[in-house]
Design a protein around this ligand. Structure first.
Ligand code: ASP
Length: 612
């Protein structure tokens, strides 16, 4: 990158800038000692800044400079001055943009030495993650990390430019606020000025963006932080970033097209990945479940599910018959290219299915003279042929069936499908199979709590034709809800919103929030809707998830500059941590003593410490 200020005392050029044509120029460069080699009495330094690497040479005939250079060690911060020279024939490095030249140093200023880093910066070797997180500022110096953070910047910049071009306004919403539930626990902050009261950190700016629509901004976006106090899983963090957006006087199609254009631009302009299909296929929730067993389908490969409940129920196999009789189903997939499977391999596949809740996995191999399976004799030849035809199985293929309640059948076969994807290499890692999943149920039944919950959140507009069902059969109501999914991951979730206070209260009623509670918790939005609230809708694409997909990182921490550990700790800043008695007093908070008499926030009692 060309630097503008040639009078800068540290540098006149960046370390990716100099080429053959610069030979003979006097330049200054600054950065870190990436690598040092001593060679035939010469010292070679690879000098690194954010943009690249330039080789600097120190000759023994320049006594003072040479002896200072002898002290240099990796990661020292230096500034050098010297002449750009062409590298001798044969010494050029075609892998380096500056590989045709080197800078012969005439002056060296050591700006700051470095202790030996706890891990190598110059080479990409596996390093213990806790150590990397503790010294994140050094980890981020590594090329792989730097490049991901730079890509993240370009992605976010693309989002901003794309939306600005289309009339969207970026507006910040508060971090200290009241709770907007998104189905997770809130992070709470004690309010010193209001003893016993708490701010909630936003799980999303959902209510604010809807209020901005009432406020007349029409098209809003924000690169927003969403904070959710959830049990951590591989791809979750206490705080994550969303591109939060909302539009007024809009339709579902308009939102989908806008976001599709955004993602297409990001993938095609900023990455080497390919999109599987354009436009992105749109599947209803029911279709996604029936074909892939999940509402987050990986559409890059086949192995789609087939419903064989009817022929299966006709067989003598009690397990099939029983599942269908009790309202469940029998579904299966056909898989080619497996060859013969050993007992042990079949047990492993059964374990994959049972991890999804199935009680077992029925398996058949298609052979010239019929199906081969321990239970084959329970199926007449005609039934065998029907099953085979239903799955489109060919000779040599295996057929796998699960019989149970629908959710179990879907989950088990979906897991099996992904297992075969990985085992047989069915999906191209350089391809992004983006699809929309629409028409989700508005509510779902929470088995543990025995209550109805919103599938997404409680501000979603039901499908117009389903409004009467809100009273009679709410679980059948379809919401104007949509998710963007890629390669089995949900990238964005959004909906058309309710803008009528009475309808909003009706939805609250279904999930057990009566008028008084609704008034206390959501009074503002209910009141705002009484002032000519426009129809509106939006979506919130996850920024971290997208980056994970674009960089092939299965771990969300790899695409965040300063993530927390899986145990929700900030290893670098050592947070959370205890606070002083003074601070507690100011906040009017007293902590319960632990069993050993220690304070609840005693560092010795930190949950999950070191457990990464
Ligand atoms: N607020 C929602 C979420 O965070 C997204 C949306 O409906 O726009 O998931």
């Amino acid at each position: 990158m060309p630097l503008q200020d040639k009078s800068n005392p540290y540098r006149t050029h960046s370390t990716d800038e100099l080429r053959k044509d610069n030979a003979g120029e006097e330049v200054r460069l600054a950065g870190w000692v990436h690598r040092r080699r001593d060679h035939g009495g010469l010292i070679f330094i690879d000098l690194r800044d954010r943009w690249g690497i330039t080789q600097v040479t120190f000759h023994p005939e320049r006594g003072g400079v040479f002896s200072s250079a002898e002290r240099l060690r990796p990661e020292w911060s230096i500034s050098v001055e010297g002449e750009v020279v062409r590298r001798p024939e044969g010494n050029e490095n075609p892998d380096l943009p500056t590989g045709a030249i080197e800078v012969e140093a005439t002056r060296l200023e050591i700006l700051n030495p470095s202790e030996t880093p706890p891990f190598e910066i110059e080479r990409d070797r596996p390093v213990d993650e806790t150590l990397r997180l503790k010294y994140r500022y050094l980890d981020l110096r590594r090329e792989r990390m730097r490049d991901k953070i730079l890509l993240r910047h370009r992605v976010v910049k693309h989002m901003r430019d794309y939306l600005d071009d289309r009339g969207f306004v970026e507006i910040e919403t508060p971090i200290l606020t009241a709770s907007t539930p998104e189905g997770a626990r809130d992070y709470l902050v004690p309010a010193r000025l209001y003893p016993g009261q708490f701010y909630a950190l936003p799980q999303s700016p959902q209510q604010f963006k809807q209020l901005l629509m009432v406020a007349g901004f029409e098209r809003y976006f924000q690169i927003a932080r969403a904070l959710r106090d959830e049990d951590q899983r591989g791809d979750r963090q206490p705080e994550h970033t969303q591109l939060d957006l909302e539009m007024s006087y809009t339709t579902q199609d308009e939102v989908l097209e806008l976001v599709e254009g955004l993602y297409t631009g990001i993938v095609e302009r900023l990455t080497q990945k390919r999109l599987l299909t354009k436009p992105f296929p749109r599947l209803t929730y029911t279709e996604a479940m029936n074909r892939f067993g999940t509402d987050k389908p990986d559409i890059r490969f086949g192995l789609e599910l087939s419903d064989v409940s009817q022929p299966a129920a006709d067989s003598e196999f009690k397990v099939f018959e029983g599942a269908v009789a009790s309202g469940g189903s029998v579904r299966g997939i056909a898989v080619g290219g497996l060859g013969d499977l050993t007992r042990r391999e079949l047990d492993e596949l059964t374990a994959v299915a049972t991890s999804g809740g199935a009680k077992g996995l029925a398996h058949f191999q298609v052979q010239p003279d019929g199906l081969k399976s321990p239970v084959a004799k329970l199926f007449s030849r005609a039934e065998q042929d029907t099953l085979r035809a239903a799955l489109g199985a060919e000779e040599g293929d295996w057929m796998f069936f699960v019989a149970d309640k629908n959710p179990v059948v879907f989950e088990s076969l979906s897991r099996l499908r992904l297992h075969f994807r990985d085992r047989l290499g069915l999906a191209d890692p350089d391809v992004l199979g983006m699809s929309w999943v629409t028409d989700f149920p508005l509510f779902e039944w929470n088995e543990d709590e025995g209550c109805i919950e919103p599938m997404h959140h409680m501000f979603t507009m039901p499908r117009e034709e389903d409004l009467p069902l809100l009273d009679s059969d709410p679980l059948q109501v379809i919401g104007q809800l949509y998710d963007l999914v890629a390669n089995g991951t949900e990238l964005a979730s959004g909906s058309m919103r309710i803008h009528n206070p009475d309808l909003q209260q009706k939805v609250f009623d279904v999930i057990g929030i009566g008028p008084e509670e609704a008034h206390n918790r959501f009074g503002t939005i209910l009141t705002a809707f009484r002032y000519g609230a426009p129809p509106h809708g939006g979506i919130a694409p996850g920024v971290d998830r997208l980056l994970m997909l674009l960089t092939d990182e299965p771990n969300i921490r790899e695409v965040m500059a300063f993530p927390k550990t899986q145990a929700a700790r900030d290893e670098m800043m050592d947070a959370p941590g205890p606070i002083s008695d003074e601070q507690l007093k100011e906040l009017n908070i007293s902590l319960r003593r632990g069993p050993g008499g220690e304070r609840g926030s005693d560092p010795a009692a930190r949950p999950g410490e070191g457990n990464n």
